[in-house]
Every structure is written in structure tokens, then in C-alpha cells.
Design a protein around this ligand. Structure first.
Ligand code: ZN
Length: 622
């Protein structure tokens, strides 16, 4: 859907493509060799492809940044497990090659091998596509995890899997009971339990038995065998009250795989179900009480005693840059925790504590790893804390660093929903596309990166109603991140879409004792002048050297017109005491610049060029 939409957009833009610089790379030829599952392509001019596997339908997407096709979309129908190969102009700067699999097939992104014989000659070797297990029409499997929701964390199985499809696989229809046999391929711990990726068919049945001493749960999967990777594997897990998990192949007819979970006596029962999109979902039945310090050898925590001295919880706060929620008490506490489906939050229960009067929890804002924390005295001796992670944040283990402290891990993850995995593409063998950014190790230099406008102030409004504030924020954020990575302290005057007046921006620079001030804007003239495009860099007094260095870096590394380094009386330039500049990255009313600045890849190139200029200036002058 998205792909077609973008193709549509790019055809709207096709008229603008004629104004592209002549030295961009061009896709000269491509060929898919179905007998070898190999795609080859040749460009005029070097290119560094980017590749990812996307679900529903499953397709391998290869982007060639800085490359044009110069003609309409081309399809090659392949047939079999690989349905077709399409090549089209994704956007003004990017040619996209899509290898689409037939419904019901996928491939292992880790087996996709790119090889660049030169920057302009590439071959992509695909593994044999694998058939996804067909859906059963009788009893659709239960959803393997909790809230489908707006914030699916990454490690849970469904996020990594294509959603169940309604259409039947094309060629081999499922023949009841006589499937070729399922193979258990790989294993992962999810937030809820375990997920075992499978291929080839479905199990005949699944039986779960718990031993008399309650310390072993055997899950027998009939009609299945183990991949060499999982063969006779023992995995120490220490999660959800499970200390160890073992896979073994039972010699029987039909072949049966046994998954043995070593559990504590108190551990809930476990169940397993087959999920037709490619795996076994193994989940505890009922709430999991994950005991703090949960491990196979640790003695279990004794139940609460009425006579027990109650601890007082004095603080609940975020620490370690928001990656940890710390709970502090005045004396020893115990806790259990679990994901609470009904409120879509992680629940920490402390059965021997009361709340101090002044405990409010941390101040949260839109950058916090947590969107909401609720703290309550559930009964006279029990405190309950509900933690709702923000989208893209995964709740890790609840640890107890000392008797009086609990620490909950919060890990940020890159959001990815339909993406089955990005595929590493090695640089071509004869390379040197761009030099690495200069490093300024152990530097005390502070750079203010100032994305203009924000919030109620959209800045310039360009072609198609695009707002300047939204174009320049990601550029500024990337500049700041790159500077930090290279050893320079970068401070953003705003890090999201909110309004900041000019005076506070200057004040921030003065207060932090910043060494450099770099304001980032986009230009505009008038919608009737799409012919006006290009880069302008401004300074007022001491910023001339910095302006020139950044301006040159952009011209060397980005395809953009040159409108010169200029002097102007902008507020932020006049009122800052350090060298300060204002970069107008391009004209949102300009036909060329607008198309380019709408492209994240181009914006990223722009950010890198600005960061490179700043770093060069620091190396030379500070
Ligand atoms: Zn502006």
C-alpha cells in the first residue's frame, strides 16, 4: 500500500525530476536470474544500496540512494516463490528495487548476501524462500501476545512476523495431517514468554505435562523436529520463573520435539500454541509472579507475615538518563512484577510497604521513557506501582540492587512495525564513498544547535503546505547526534515541536557557555518563484569563518545550489557572544530544494555535511 502510494507520489513529481543534477547515479541495467535466485544490477556512478525485508506482502526492498531510473516502473514476473521484481523511482533521489515473494513465503533476511564488485556493480544472492505454515481454517490461533496497540515492543513475536493473511498460499494447499513436518528453527525470549520460530507445516498436536515435583514442565510437540541450531540445546533463561529450557528430539513416531522448562514450584503452569504465521508461542498461564532475584538457585521469597515491619517507600524516580525506574525504601522491601493486561502497564507489587506522604513519582514529559506512572497504596501493607512505557520502550527486568532499592530497566528501541529486518550491505570492494567525520576526542567544546521556529510558529510554508519547522528539526537532531558521537557536546534549543522564543535561545547559549551557535532554517521566497533554489549561510560578526567552513562542507557533500555566505542582522546572530551562524538549507518554495528536502535521505546528507563543517571548524580553530 505504502509502496504504491509512494510510487504515485513519485509520478506526480516526475515532472520535477528533469531538474536533477546530471551527475547523480543512474540505474543502467538489472536482471533477476530465477534459476540462481540472484539479482544483479549496474549503475552509472557509484551507489551504496540499503536493503530491508518488509512484511505483508513479504518483499525485499533495495534502495539505491542518489540514483535515478529515468523511466517508468518496470516489472519482471518471475513466478514460483518469488512473484515478481519491480524497479521504480521511489523518490527524486532514490531508485527502488522490490523483490516480492508469493503469499505464504518468506526468506531469512540474514541469508541475503550483497556483493559489490565495484561501487557500480552489485549482485544480491537470495536464499531459497521458505514457506510459511499455512493457516488452519478451523481454529485460528489465539493472538500470541498482549495489546496489539499503538506501541508494539520489538521483541514480541507478532511485531516481527507478518500478520496472518487471508489468502491461501498459491501452489501447495495444506493437506490435513500429512504435512511434511514442522521444524523448530530458533528460539527467543519475549516480553511475555518464549517464541520458537518454525518452518514447514504445523504440529500434529501439542501436549503439556508438569512433573509431580512441579519443577519440570514438558511441552511435547508432535510431528516436529529440531533444526541443527536448536538440537539438544540447553538455554539458561532465568525469566518468568523459568531457570532453564532444553530442546530434545524424542525418537518416536511421529517425531516429537520436547521442550523442557525447569521452573520453581511456585511458577504458574505454561501453555504452548501454534501460531500459523511461523512459530510456537509459549506463555505462562495466568499471571506470572516474577520474583525479584529470580533464579534457579535462589530460595523463594517467603510470604508476607502480618507481624512484619513495614518499609516506607520514599521515592520513585527515573534515573540513568531515563533508562531505569528506581524505587527507594527506608528498609528492606520485596516485590513481584508482571505485565498487567487490563491496564496495559507493568505492575510492581511491594507486599511489605507503605507510601511516604510526599511520594509523587518522577516528572514526565514527552521525552521520558515512561508515559505514565501510577503509585498507590493498595491495602495497608501493599504498595502497587503501575508503569506505562512509551511507544518504543521495552520494560526489562526488575532488579534489586540492594535490599532497599528496586530498579526496573527501561530500554528504548527503534520503532519498527512491518519490518522483518534490515539487511547489512557491505561497502563495495573498491570504495571510499565519503570520508569519516572528523573526531574531536575528549573535547570540552559545546555547540548549540538551534532548529528554528517550532510549535505555534511553523516558519516558512513551502510547496504543498510543508512547514519549515518540521523539515529542519530532523536535520538539527541529526547534527546534534553526530556531534555528540564525534566527541563534541551538542545542545538543542528545542528537541521536538514546541515553541521557543528567540531570546531564550540566546540565553541558553550564554548560560551553557557555548563555544559555537548554529541555527538551522529553511528558506522561502514566493510560491510563484519555484526557480529560486540553493544554500545560503549567514553570520553577523565573529561567525564568518564558521559560516564559510559549514557552507563549503555542504557544497562539497550535498547536491545543492550555491547562493553564498552572507552577512545579516538576524537576532540570534547579533545577540550571541560566540561565533554564530544561520544556515538556510534550501528553499521550500523552490522546486528542486523542496523535492530534495522532503526526502529523509537528503536531509540526512545535509545534516552530515553541516556536522562535518562544524567539526572541521573546531579542529582548525578551537
Ligand atoms: Zn526560518
Amino acid at each position: 500500500m505504502r509502496f504504491q502510494w509512494l510510487l504515485l507520489l513519485s509520478s506526480l513529481w516526475s515532472v520535477l525530476l528533469f531538474s536533477l543534477p546530471a551527475d547523480a547515479a543512474r540505474l543502467l541495467l538489472w536482471r533477476f536470474d530465477a534459476s540462481q535466485n540472484r539479482l544483479v544490477f549496474t549503475t552509472e556512478g557509484g551507489v551504496q544500496p540499503k536493503a530491508q525485508l518488509i512484511a505483508d506482502p513479504t518483499r525485499l526492498v533495495i534502495d539505491l540512494p542518489g540514483t535515478t531510473l529515468g523511466r517508468a516502473t518496470v516489472n519482471q514476473t518471475v513466478g514460483g516463490a518469488i512473484r515478481e521484481v519491480r524497479v521504480g523511482q521511489f523518490d527524486a533521489q532514490t531508485t527502488r528495487i522490490v523483490v516480492e515473494l508469493a503469499p505464504g513465503y518468506t526468506l531469512d533476511p540474514q541469508q541475503v548476501k550483497f556483493q559489490g564488485a565495484s561501487p557500480s556493480q552489485w549482485s544480491v544472492q537470495l536464499p531459497a524462500p521458505q514457506r510459511l505454515a499455512p493457516s488452519t481454517s478451523t481454529s485460528p490461533p489465539p493472538p500470541p501476545t498482549r495489546p496489539p496497540a499503538n506501541n508494539p515492543p520489538r521483541s514480541r513475536p507478532p511485531a516481527n512476523n507478518p500478520p496472518p493473511r487471508s489468502e491461501a498460499p498459491p501452489s501447495q494447499p495444506a493437506t490435513g495431517g500429512t504435512t511434511a513436518g514442522m521444524i523448530l528453527d530458533s528460539f527467543q525470549v519475549t516480553r511475555d514468554g518464549f517464541f520458537v520460530r518454525t518452518r514447514g507445516g504445523e504440529p500434529e498436536n501439542i501436549q503439556v505435562r508438569r512433573s509431580r515435583d512441579r519443577q519440570t514442565i514438558d511441552i511435547d510437540v508432535k510431528g516436529a523436529s529440531l533444526s541443527s541450531r536448536l538440537s539438544a540445546q540447553e538455554v539458561a533463561v532465568n525469566r518468568f520463573g523459568v531457570s532453564q529450557l532444553k530442546f530434545s528430539q524424542e525418537q518416536s513416531s511421529p517425531p516429537t520435539v520436547r521442550m523442557s522448562l525447569k521452573v520453581t514450584r511456585e511458577s504458574p503452569d505454561w501453555g504452548a500454541s501454534f501460531n500459523s504465521v511461523g512459530g510456537l508461542v509459549v506463555l505462562p498461564q495466568g499471571p506470572v509472579a516474577v520474583l525479584v532475584n529470580d533464579s534457579s538457585s535462589a530460595p523463594t521469597t517467603p510470604p508476607a507475615k502480618a507481624s512484619e515491619q513495614l518499609a516506607t517507600i520514599d521515592a520513585v524516580e527515573l534515573s540513568n538518563n531515563g533508562t531505569q525506574l528506581l524505587i527507594r525504601a527506608n528498609q528492606s522491601i520485596r516485590a513481584s512484577s508482571r505485565w498487567e493486561r487490563s491496564v496495559n502497564a507493568y505492575q510492581i507489587t511491594i507486599p511489605n510497604a507503605k507510601l511516604a506522604d510526599n511520594v509523587r513519582g518522577p516528572q514526565l514529559d514527552e521525552n521520558s521513557s515512561v508515559s505514565q506512572i501510577r503509585i498507590r497504596q493498595q491495602n495497608p501493607q501493599t504498595v502497587v506501582i503501575l508503569v506505562q512505557p512509551r511507544a518504543g520502550v521495552q520494560v526489562g527486568e526488575l532488579n534489586q540492587p540492594s535490599e532497599q532499592f528496586l530498579a526496573l530497566e527501561l530500554r528504548r528501541e527503534r520503532p519498527r512495525t512491518p519490518n522483518l529486518g534490515s539487511i547489512p550491505v557491505p561497502p563495495p570492494t573498491s570504495n571510499t564513498p565519503t570520508a569519516p567525520l572528523p573526531r574531536v576526542p575528549n573535547s570540552r567544546v559545546v555547540v548549540i544547535v538551534d532548529p528554528g521556529h517550532g510549535g505555534k510558529d511553523p516558519g516558512t510554508i513551502g510547496i504543498g503546505g510543508v512547514y519549515e519547522k518540521n523539515i529542519i528539526l530532523p536535520i538539527s537532531q541529526e547534527v546534534a547526534a553526530l556531534l555528540e558521537r564525534q566527541g563534541v557536546q551538542a545542545v538543542l534549543t528545542r528537541n521536538a515541536d514546541y515553541f521557543v522564543d528567540l531570546a531564550p535561545r540566546v540565553a541558553m547559549a550564554e548560560r551553557t557557555g557555548a563555544d559555537l551557535f548554529v541555527s538551522i532554517h529553511a528558506n522561502a521566497i514566493n510560491l510563484s518563484r519555484p526557480d529560486v533554489n540553493g544554500l545560503e549561510t549567514y553570520y553577523y560578526s565573529s561567525g564568518q569563518g564558521l559560516a564559510q567552513t559549514i557552507h563549503n562542507s555542504i557544497l562539497q557533500n550535498v547536491q545543492v545550489g550555491d547562493r553564498g555566505v552572507r552577512r545579516a542582522r538576524f537576532y540570534v546572530l547579533r545577540n550571541t557572544s560566540m561565533p554564530s551562524v544561520l544556515v538556510e538549507v534550501g528553499f521550500l518554495t523552490g522546486r528542486d530544494d523542496f523535492v530534495k528536502l522532503s526526502n529523509p535521505t537528503y536531509r540526512s546528507q545535509m545534516a552530515q555535511a553541516i556536522a562535518r563543517g562544524i567539526l572541521q571548524y573546531i579542529q582548525q580553530s578551537l
